[in-house]
Design a protein around this ligand. Structure first.
Ligand code: GTP
Ligand code: MG
Length: 454
C-alpha cells in the first residue's frame, strides 16, 4: 500500500497504456464502499477535480463511430430512450471450454471437522509485513489467503451466511418431523433471502411429501430439501464458454455500484492469462479517474494491456477503440469494464445499450457475453437489478460476488428461479483463485449442515 500511495504523479502521461498514476486523494475519493443489504445505492457524485485523461496512443488515430461522436458522455442524463429488447447471445458454435481449474474440479474431500456451531466470523487475515506489491483497494489483498480448493473452500467461506447459520442451528437440535419443522424451515429460507415465491414452492413440496409419509425423519426431509435446492440451481450452473474462432470474444461487465465488477475483471484476467489466452482490457468506467487506475493496476499485475482514454471519455468510444485494437492484435478475449450505475436510472441504463450498439459496428455478434455482477449481500433487491439490466442490455451470464462475507446466500435461488440466466462464477474471497466457476452442488452443500454427509 505504502509504495503506491507515496508515488508521485508523473508530469506528463507516459506513452504506455498502463502508466498513468493517481494521487491518494483521487483514489480514496473514488474507490467505492460496497453497498450492503437492500439499501439503495447512492448515485455516484462526479469527482471534484477532473484529471487530464491519459490518451492511449492508438486511441488518437482510431476513427470514432459516428454514434459515439454524436452522443456525448452526458447522454446518460438525457431522458430515457426505449430499452433494447433483451437478447440472449450464444457464443459461436465452435466453442471450447476453459480448462478446468483445480478449484472447480470435484475434489476428494478430506474428512471435515464436526459441524460448527453457528459462528460466522471468518478467520482474521494476517496483515502482510512488507507487501511486495502495491495494495490497491479493489485489486487484491496480498495478505488474504485463498479458500481451499474444491467443496471444502466453499463450505469454509459460506458457513457464515445467514442460510448456513439458520440451518446449522435448526438441525443441531435434532428436530422432530412435524409441521413446526416446516415452519422453521420456511422462516429460515425467507430470512436467507430465498424469496417468498421460491420458499413457498419449496415448503409446499416438502409438506406434500411429508404428509405422504415419504420421510422417515427430519434428516430425510433435509435431504429432500437439498435435492429441491439443487434442482433450482443445476439448470443455471452453466460455465462460460469462450470461443476460439479467430476474433475477439467480447465480455462486457455490468452492474450497480461497488458490486465487484472491476475486481471480477482482474480475477478473470488472471484466469484467462493462466489459460494462455491473448487478452485485453477496456477501461470503460470513465466516471472516475481511479476506476481507470484500478483496472490498469490489475492489467499490470497480470501483464495484460489496458485500453483507456481516461476520465470523462465516452465509454462507448473506449469500447470501440478497444475492440479495434483487440482485432488488430489477434486478441482472443476482450473484457470491458463499465461504470456502476443504478438500475433505476434510465439514462445511465440506456448508455449500456449504446456501448453494445457501438461494439456491433465492428462485430455484429458482440458482446458475446454480457456478464452482470451481483453483490451476494444485496438481498432481494438483486432481483429488480437483474430485471432492469436484462431489459436494457440483455444479460447472458451472472457473477455473484462477496458470498464469503455477510451474504445471506439465498438470493442465488431467487435469481435462478425467476430468470434462469446462467450463473458463471461466484466470488468467495478476495484472491483471484476465489472467483470460482459456479458449482451448484458445492454451493448448496456449503449452505446446509455437514451432518447431511454430502
Ligand atoms: N470479500 C469479497 N470482496 C469482494 C469480492 N468481489 C469484490 N470485492 C470487493 O468489493 C469492493 C468493490 O469492488 P470493485 O471491483 O471496485 O466494484 P465495482 O463494481 O467495480 O465498483 P464501481 O466501479 O464503483 O461500480 C472491493 O473492495 C473488492 O475487493 C468478493 O468476492 N469477496
Ligand atoms: Mg469498477
Amino acid at each position: 500500500m505504502v509504495s503506491f500511495f507515496r508515488r508521485k504523479k508523473p508530469e506528463t502521461p507516459a506513452g504506455s497504456e498502463s502508466a498513468r498514476r493517481y494521487s491518494a486523494e483521487e483514489l480514496a475519493a473514488a474507490f467505492p464502499t460496497a453497498p450492503s443489504g437492500d439499501a439503495p445505492v447512492a448515485p455516484r457524485a462526479p469527482d471534484p477535480a477532473p484529471v487530464a485523461a491519459p490518451v492511449d496512443d492508438r486511441a488518437a488515430v482510431v476513427e470514432k463511430p459516428a454514434e459515439a461522436v454524436e452522443e456525448s458522455h452526458d447522454a446518460a442524463r438525457k431522458p430515457a430512450v426505449a430499452a433494447e429488447p433483451a437478447e440472449t447471445e450464444v457464443p459461436a458454435a465452435a466453442v471450447e471450454a476453459p480448462a478446468p481449474t483445480p478449484a472447480t474440479a470435484p475434489a476428494a474431500l478430506a474428512p471435515e471437522p464436526a459441524p460448527a456451531p453457528p459462528t460466522p466470523a471468518p478467520a482474521p487475515r494476517p496483515a502482510p509485513e512488507a507487501p511486495a506489491e502495491p495494495d490497491l483497494p479493489g485489486v487484491a489483498n496480498p495478505g488474504a489467503a485463498a479458500a481451499p480448493a474444491g467443496k471444502r473452500g466453499w463450505r469454509e467461506r459460506l458457513r457464515g451466511s445467514a442460510f448456513a447459520r439458520s440451518f446449522g442451528g435448526l438441525f443441531y437440535t435434532n428436530p422432530k418431523l412435524d409441521e413446526d419443522l416446516l415452519d422453521q424451515i420456511e422462516t429460515a429460507l425467507i430470512t436467507a433471502d430465498v424469496g417468498v415465491a421460491a420458499t413457498t414452492e419449496l415448503v409446499a413440496g416438502l409438506r406434500k411429501r411429508m404428509n405422504a409419509r415419504e420421510f422417515a425423519d427430519a434428516h430425510a426431509l433435509l435431504l429432500a430439501l437439498r435435492e429441491q435446492l439443487l434442482a433450482l440451481l443445476r439448470p443455471v450452473a452453466v460455465p462460460l464458454r469462450v470461443a476460439r474462432d479467430g476474433k475477439p470474444f467480447v465480455l462486457l461487465t455490468v452492474g450497480v455500484n461497488g458490486v465487484g465488477k472491476t475486481t471480477t475483471i482482474g480475477k478473470l484476467a488472471k484466469r484467462f492469462k493462466d489459460e494462455g489466452r491473448p487478452l485485453m482490457l477496456a477501461a470503460g468506467d470513465t466516471f472516475r479517474a481511479a476506476a481507470v487506475a484500478q483496472l490498469q493496476a490489475w492489467g499490470e499485475r497480470n501483464g495484460v494491456a489496458v485500453i483507456a482514454q481516461g476520465q470523462n471519455a465516452d465509454a462507448a468510444s473506449v469500447a470501440f477503440d478497444a475492440l479495434q485494437a483487440a482485432t488488430a492484435r489477434n486478441i482472443e478475449v476482450l473484457i470491458a469494464d463499465t461504470a456502476g450505475r443504478l438500475h433505476t436510472q434510465q439514462g445511465l441504463m440506456a448508455e449500456l445499450g449504446k456501448i453494445k450498439r457501438v461494439l456491433q459496428k465492428i462485430d455484429p455478434s458482440a458482446p458475446h457475453e454480457v456478464l452482470m455482477v451481483i453483490d451476494g449481500t444485496t438481498g432481494q433487491n438483486a432481483v429488480s437489478q437483474l430485471r432492469q439490466f436484462h431489459a436494457a442490455v440483455g444479460v447472458t451470464g451472472l457473477v455473484v460476488t462477496k458470498l464469503d462475507g455477510t451474504a445471506k446466500g439465498g438470493v442465488v435461488f431467487a435469481l435462478a428461479r425467476e430468470f434462469g440466466i446462467p450463473i458463471r462464477f461466484a466470488g468467495i474471497g478476495e484472491r483471484p483463485e476465489d472467483l470460482r466457476v459456479f458449482d451448484a452442488e458445492a454451493f448448496v452443500d456449503a449452505l446446509l449442515p455437514e451432518t447431511l454427509g454430502t
